[in-house]
Design a protein around this ligand. Structure first.
Ligand SMILES: Cc1cc2nc3c(=O)[nH]c(=O)nc-3n(C[C@H](O)[C@H](O)[C@H](O)COP(=O)(O)OP(=O)(O)OC[C@H]3O[C@@H](n4cnc5c(N)ncnc54)[C@H](O)[C@@H]3O)c2cc1C
Length: 265
């Protein structure tokens, strides 16, 4: 297996462009899962200046190579994201998996991604010899270049997540996160994102529009649930059927509405 560890973003991109079938390596938990590293040559990102958690004005910048357990211990990380890391059972994975790998990778379930989307986080990335920033939700559509950092530009948003598993030591089956601002009992700027329904993370725009159209007091669980159920087409697998996933998300929405109710009272 060919292995390289470039020292600059420019060099890393050049290698990636010139070496067929090469893959970037971060924590390696997905790339090394169940077999020898998937992809060769491997371009290790470890020497790139994309480590650490910093405050940048009112935003929090999380370097792509930050491991998930460091999110839990940093005083800069907002509560909703810390809780999402806490839902992640496998301690050894938490100590190796990076924020960049959790975002850029294509693992079939994520505790972290729906929460970052609910924060309306942005992605700083390096592509075509330039650094750019865009909403993470948009970056995920094409995943261009090297993800350098995640920017939480609205750390004060209220963000709640809920998950369900078929067994205590298993991966989560479905994870739902909601983010919003609450001003004088009105929900504003809501985002609802779900991981685990099918391959890709799903952002539920109709459900968010409903949340934005009512006050916290007027929120109607049945109405929200029926909008959500109409917007999703979960796929089942050997462990959990599509029907069970629908019941999981229904339960998770109820949990999230309980949080909104408590916040507004
Ligand atoms: C046993 C096990 C249990 C798990 N349990 C959970 C769980 O409970 N909840 C959960 O949410 N997830 C879980 N995961 C998934 C885990 O979150 C991901 O495997 C991890 O986040 C990937 O990060 P990494 O740094 O290890 O990425 P890597 O494996 O190094 O890379 C993953 C992919 O992302 C690309 N990549 C990595 N960094 C960058 C970057 N900066 N820019 C561009 N591309 C990049 C790589 O090229 C590769 O394609 C589990 C995984 C395993 C193996």
């Amino acid at each position: 297996m060919k292995y390289m560890a470039p020292a600059t973003l420019k060099e890393a991109e050049k290698l990636k462009d010139s070496l067929k079938k090469s893959r970037y390596l971060a924590g390696g938990t997905t790339l090394n899962w169940r077999s020898a590293p998937e992809g060769s040559p491997v371009i290790d990102l470890k020497n790139l200046p994309i480590h650490g958690i910093k405050k940048k004005g009112s935003a929090i910048e999380i370097g792509a190579l930050t491991v998930l357990s460091d999110l839990k211990s940093s005083p800069l990380i907002p509560a909703g994201l810390k809780e999402a890391v806490g839902m992640f059972d496998a301690l050894n994975i938490r100590n190796m998996a990076t924020v960049g790998g959790a975002s850029a990778g294509a693992f079939f379930i994520s505790n972290i991604l729906p929460v970052l989307i609910a924060y309306k986080a942005s992605a700083a990335y390096y592509f075509n010899s330039r650094k750019n920033t865009m909403l993470l939700e948009n970056w995920l559509k094409e995943k261009k270049g090297i993800l350098c950092s995640i920017l939480i530009t609205h750390p004060k948003r209220r963000v709640y997540a809920a998950q369900d598993k078929v067994a205590a030591i298993d991966f989560p089956s479905v994870v739902t996160a909601a983010g919003f601002n609450l001003t004088s009992g009105r929900i504003k700027d809501a985002v609802l994102a779900v991981s685990g329904l099918s391959g890709k993370l799903q952002v539920l725009t109709d459900a968010a529009a409903y949340l934005n159209s009512v006050s916290a007091e007027e929120l109607d669980f049945s109405r929200l649930n029926s909008i959500v159920q109409e917007s999703i087409s979960p796929s089942g697998n050997v462990k959990v059927s599509a029907r069970v996933k629908r019941r999981f998300i229904e339960k998770q929405i109820r949990e999230i509405l309980d949080h909104i109710g408590r916040d507004s009272s």
